[in-house]
Write a protein that binds this ligand. Structure first.
Ligand SMILES: Nc1ncnc2c1ncn2[C@@H]1O[C@H](COP(=O)(O)OP(=O)(O)OP(=O)(O)O)[C@@H](O)[C@H]1O
Length: 307
């Protein structure tokens, strides 16, 4: 990994409240890196320390090799930050906003090209506050890219978006990675973290409690894969209980649900049983564990609340 962000024992207190507790991690170039955690876990504080918007009380951090304490202005030229829609002047027109934001930077992307890539050509004369939530978020994202940043920070990018707009946002974020940028994203949507992120840091009470690829976190938690199928009415409950790797059987007249620690092996043995006892596996549904379960299990274990 070629780290573009290095945090070493970052600490932040607000009065008696410890918001970020000696947090150490590295984020690699070209990663989509997720930061998740319950409300009040310290995500925004952490991300704003990296962006140079808040000062840490302890520890060191470097962004693109520059020290956040000493070179905050140089860092700001190289990063993009998604602003909350309330921080964008509502009466400004979209074209004006793009030009204004581009004037803040030494190096700026081509304003027309950015507008075009976000489908904003027809909206340049529209007042920001007149746009729908989805379009406002597109404008905010376009503004965060106006300096052609190497790292983009997206704090809850799909909050309040409908499912279509959210998927569109995901496509855009994936495109940013293809362009070679590093993306740091916070989210309360675990399916978003699972679908998008190369690695996810789970933070609770200001501490890093897990850090890995979503599928590795899911595997690490283990044991929660389920499959269900129509009750064939032939093999008895005991036959299912003795299938390879089955750790639980829910038995109903209509449906059988099996919990397994190894889906592939259990499926193989299930089909073998069906063949032997001459019935067909029908209505088969497989349920893998998800990031939601990982989040709930880990944050509850660490005394956080699930969101
Ligand atoms: N400016 C501030 N002054 C005092 N306390 C603060 C301040 N900003 C944050 N906090 C506190 O620090 C803790 C971490 O807050 P932070 O906003 O970083 O968490 P978060 O993980 O981003 O939460 P959320 O998911 O709710 O946005 C919380 O207990 C919060 O109340």
């Amino acid at each position: 990994m070629d780290p573009v962000i290095r945090l070493d024992k970052i600490r932040k207190t607000y009065g008696a409240k410890l918001a970020v507790d000696d947090l150490t991690l590295e984020i690699g170039k070209g990663e989509i890196f997720g930061i998740v955690g319950p409300n009040g876990a310290g995500k925004t504080t952490l991300i704003e320390i990296i962006e140079g918007l808040r000062q840490a009380d302890g520890g060191t951090a470097a962004v693109l090799g520059m020290d956040i304490g000493k070179e905050a202005d140089r860092i700001k030229q190289k990063i993009g930050v998604l602003l909350q829609s309330t921080s964008i002047p509502g009466k400004a027109r979209v074209g004006e906003l793009l030009r204004l934001f581009s004037s803040f930077y030494d190096k700026s992307a081509d304003v027309q090209a950015v507008a075009r890539s976000f489908g904003l050509d027809d909206k340049l004369d529209a007042m920001y506050k007149s746009l729908s939530g989805g379009w406002k978020q597109r404008v905010a994202l376009a503004l965060s890219l106006i300096n052609d940043p190497e790292i983009v920070f997206l704090d809850e990018p799909s909050m309040g978006l409908d499912p279509n707009a959210r998927h569109e946002m995901w496509q855009t974020i994936l495109k940013l990675r293809k362009e070679g940028r590093t993306i740091v994203v916070t989210t309360h949507y675990m399916e978003e973290a699972e679908a998008l992120c190369d690695r996810v840091a789970i933070i609770s009470g200001g501490r890093l409690i897990a850090l890995d690829a979503p599928n590795k976190l899911i595997t690490m938690l283990g044991g929660t894969k389920r499959l269900s199928f129509k009750n064939p009415g032939k093999s008895g409950k005991a036959a299912f209980e003795s299938l390879a790797n089955v750790v639980g059987v829910e038995w109903e007249a209509e449906i059988v649900r099996l919990q397994t620690t190894d889906m592939d092996l259990t499926l193989k043995h299930l089909f073998h049983l069906a063949d032997k006892e001459d019935w067909l596996v029908s209505g088969l549904r497989l349920e893998e564990a998800t990031m939601n379960e990982v989040f709930t299990a880990l944050t509850q274990r660490h005394g956080g609340t699930a969101v």
